[in-house]
Design a protein around this ligand. Structure first.
Ligand code: NAD
Ligand code: MG
Length: 413
């Protein structure tokens, strides 16, 4: 076991040093809330933002990180002088690559949005770090390579996505041999293969759950950004509206839990209380429930799946509660079948779909593409690409660039 992982496991008394990548975002903000209320058990040692230096200055004054990273080299630097004098300032992807490998970092919280997160996931895992992973896109793009790397270097991925955190918790219900704290926290592959019948991912259904196909064609940016249960960044909010978020999560689950796509099912659950479920071969289903509050999966990941008191909201069972479970509609939300297909074929399909989706979402947000054509763009670019079963990391980056260009051309045609 690499020294830094061992140290993280054995040192709950010491502060655990966290690198918060994507600190200015929705997950970043929730993570910093968790860190602030940890009574010194967690420490934000590194903060990264892409361009929002005003926010970085505000956060640095609260958290006193040793280092900050600004990934957009063209960001306006005029406010940097307001950072505390002792703060080291790094720039660009090189800055991120360096900080995630540092010995003093116990855990990397990867809350960067989109394919831009892949390099950091790679570097952190190559250095044998624990990665609290919110950035699902990195697993969608390179799940097979990433899981192999984590295995080889002794790094560990702790899911932050609420569905995957829920599944992780459900799988931990099958934990027998808890003597070694290291092995006890890893769901074992044999449990997933032999005892698990299926993983059931829940989906809120987004703002358009009840909209007809013709209404979906007219959906505006404002409509799509109004999520009924979660308050998130713009890209994932649009992904939730198309249900491409669930497609990405199917692919994420396929790699993270090493299950085939036919063992993954999606069910719409508009209340967002049951965060996902695992059905075992004997027919028992274990579910994880809590109010929709990302601080819970974040805290669980940062504490290595230990249960500590936190500040997250509680369910109130004295109130009348009704939960609904509805099968997704493949006609109105074709993204689900697309996600299952990509999870099934693997190879280069994930990187292409992810890139096409990022470009299409951006085009929708900028008024260049109608809502219902976002998923069509992903399907078309996937069909047009030359599939490869075992790409290298560098090949993934080449295909990412290719798919982005092709999608731009498809949109402007
Ligand atoms: P967000 O848009 O609110 O924040 C994104 C963060 O990434 C910001 O700090 C931004 O500065 C940084 N960033 C943007 N572009 C970058 C680039 N090119 N290089 C480096 N940094 C960059 O997004 P979010 O909602 O916090 O989501 C972050 C990730 O977490 C996404 O992958 C999303 O799918 C996942 N996630 C989010 C939620 C949620 O509740 N928000 C839930 C589950 C998973
Ligand atoms: Mg999710």
């Amino acid at each position: 076991m690499p020294l830094n992982v061992e140290k993280a496991w054995n040192s709950m008394d010491c502060p655990r040093r966290v690198a918060v990548l994507g600190a200015s975002g929705s997950i970043g903000g929730n993570a910093l809330d968790v860190i602030r209320s940890s009574n010194g058990k967690l420490l934000a040692d590194v903060l990264s933002v892409h361009s929002d230096i005003a926010k970085l200055v505000e956060l640095a004054k609260i958290h006193h990180p040793s280092t900050v990273v600004i990934t957009n080299e063209k960001a306006d630097r005029s406010l940097l002088s307001e950072l505390p004098k002792s703060t080291e300032i790094l720039f660009g992807q090189d800055g991120l690559n360096a900080v995630v490998r540092r010995n003093e970092i116990d855990i990397v919280l990867l809350a960067i949005v989109g394919g831009a997160g892949l390099r950091s996931a790679w570097n952190a895992l190559e250095a044998g770090k624990m990665v609290a992973l919110a950035n699902k896109e990195s697993l969608v793009m390179g799940g097979s390579l990433i899981m192999e790397l984590a295995q080889e270097k002794g790094g560990q991925i702790l899911p932050v996505d609420s569905e995957h955190s829920a599944i992780y918790q459900c799988l931990l219900s099958r934990r027998f041999d808890c003597n070694s704290p290291f092995s006890s926290h890893k769901p074992r592959t044999w449990i997933v293969n032999e005892e698990v019948e299926r993983l059931i991912l829940t989906a809120s259904g987004g703002p358009f759950r009840t909209w007809s196909r013709s209404e979906l064609r007219r959906a505006t940016v404002a409509d799509a950004l109004t999520h009924p249960t979660w308050n998130m960044g713009r890209k994932i909010t649009i992904d939730s509206a198309t249900m491409m978020n669930k497609a990405l999560e199917i692919i994420e689950a396929r790699w993270l839990f090493n299950v085939s796509s036919d063992k993954i099912q999606v069910v719409v659950h508009p209340e967002s209380i049951v965060h996902s479920m695992v059905e075992f071969v004997d027919g028992a289903i274990i579910a994880q429930l809590s109010p929709p509050d990302m601080r819970l999966p974040i805290q669980l990941a940062l504490y290595d799946v230990r249960r500590l008191q936190g500040t997250t909201r509680r369910l109130d069972w004295s109130q009348m509660t009704t939960f609904h479970f509805i099968p997704p509609d493949p006609e109105r939300f074709p993204a689900i079948s697309l996600g299952l297909e990509v999870a099934k074929v693997g190879g280069t399909a994930g990187v292409v779909v992810n890139a096409a989706n990022e470009v299409a979402v951006d085009a929708f947000l900028n008024g260049r593409l109608s809502f219902d054509r976002i998923t069509t763009a992903c399907q078309k670019i996937l069909e047009n690409h030359q599939f490869e079963i075992k790409p290298t990391l560098e090949r993934l980056f080449q295909l990412d660039a290719w798919a982005r260009k092709e999608t731009e051309i498809w949109i402007s045609d």
